[in-house]
Design a protein around this ligand. Structure first.
Ligand code: 8YV
Length: 332
């Protein structure tokens, strides 16, 4: 860690951020940056909570009740880098008098793009094709080589109708002529359903009808293993599951079994139950596209996320209303 010294609020940034944003933080605050970019240990997080006025964590920092419940905490703000905040125990933060903010909106397009990319890659067997070619095993064009499934005109089930779910639905509907089904616990505005020509229905009915199911709900106690063996059994044999939300929404072992046994046809995953570890059975299967949590991973979006977190920090230390305060689980 490198430190700048002064009486300005001390802000710990737990992982490397785009340089332009780190420079702005260093200009405005007593910034403490993670030059090694190694995930912080629990001891380091505990030290940061004791020393820093604000911490900017990410999905790799488990800020649970035992850390947030320690005595002698100086931190008053967790300005999360990311829209998802399931790695932060919100109740424990509130009990410790710590405000929490996130970065909604700025990563909607890129995450929806990636969901669409996984739909296409999985349906059209792009991962298998690339692996074959790189292995020097491509014997040339032939009419029956690596036949996938056509995406245009198929039925896409969107689970979770927040910003990212709806942005994915728009891409799929207007770009690929997909018929959209939506399952959402908080409901979908009639204007949105009519814009997309979409149907709103319960999760079970959606799973039974969709050719592709794409998950966009937050990780909460209610959505933990939402897609388990029983849910997978409802899906048609050739259906595809896409997850760009959070790993624990899917029972990874049950998914691997369904894929191996022909229960479903394929999966495209960007998130995992125990990141960065991935269930070996999934790694061994050909009909899965596996990406390393790249949903928001464009230069533009990561800068925008940093600027969004910076706006929250700046407002907090100016005693202004927080632009993106997080109070309870909310979908994006
Ligand atoms: C983030 C994400 O980059 O924002 C989110 O919720 O899933 C990612 O795109 C990551 O979680 C960083 O905290």
């Amino acid at each position: 860690m490198s430190e700048g010294g002064s009486a300005r609020p001390r802000v710990v940034v737990t992982r490397r951020w785009p340089e332009a944003v780190e420079s702005l933080i260093a200009e405005r605050f007593d910034g403490v940056f993670n030059e090694t970019d190694e995930p912080m240990s629990r001891a380091q997080l505990a030290d940061a909570l004791a020393d820093a006025d604000a911490i900017c964590p990410t999905v790799t920092d488990a800020l649970d009740a035992s850390l947030l419940g320690r005595p002698g905490i100086r931190t008053r703000l967790l300005a999360n880098f990311g829209v998802g905040f399931n790695h932060i125990d919100l109740e424990a933060a509130a009990a410790a008098g710590i405000a929490v903010t996130n970065t909604p909106g700025v990563l909607t397009d890129c995450t929806a793009d990636l969901a669409m990319m996984l739909i296409l890659m999985t349906a059209r067997r792009a991962g298998e094709g690339e692996r074959e070619l790189r292995a020097g095993e491509w014997s040339g064009w032939r009419p029956t080589h690596l036949l996938g499934r056509k995406v245009t005109g198929k039925v896409l089930g969107i689970v979770g109708a927040g910003r990212i779910g709806l942005a994915t639905a728009r891409r799929a509907h207007f770009g690929f002529g997909m018929h959209i089904l939506i399952s959402s616990r908080s409901g979908v505005a009639p204007s949105v359903l009519s814009e997309l020509g979409a149907e709103q229905l319960g999760l079970d009915a959606l799973l039974e009808r969709a050719d592709v199911v794409s998950l966009h709900c937050p990780s909460t106690a209610q959505t933990h293993h939402l897609i388990d063996a029983a849910a997978l059994a409802r899906m048609p044999e050739r259906a595809i599951l896409i997850n760009t939300a959070r790993g624990d929404v899917v029972d990874e072992d049950a998914l691997a079994s369904a894929l191996a046994n022909g229960g479903i046809g394929g999966a495209g995953l960007d998130v995992y139950e125990h990141e960065p570890s991935v269930t070996q059975a999934l790694l061994d299967l050909p009909n899965v596209v596996l990406l390393p949590h790249l949903g928001s991973g464009s230069e533009e979006t990561r800068v925008a996320m940093g600027l969004c977190a910076l706006a929250n920090l700046t407002a907090f230390f100016a005693d202004e209303p927080l632009p993106n305060r997080v109070a309870a689980a909310q979908p994006d």
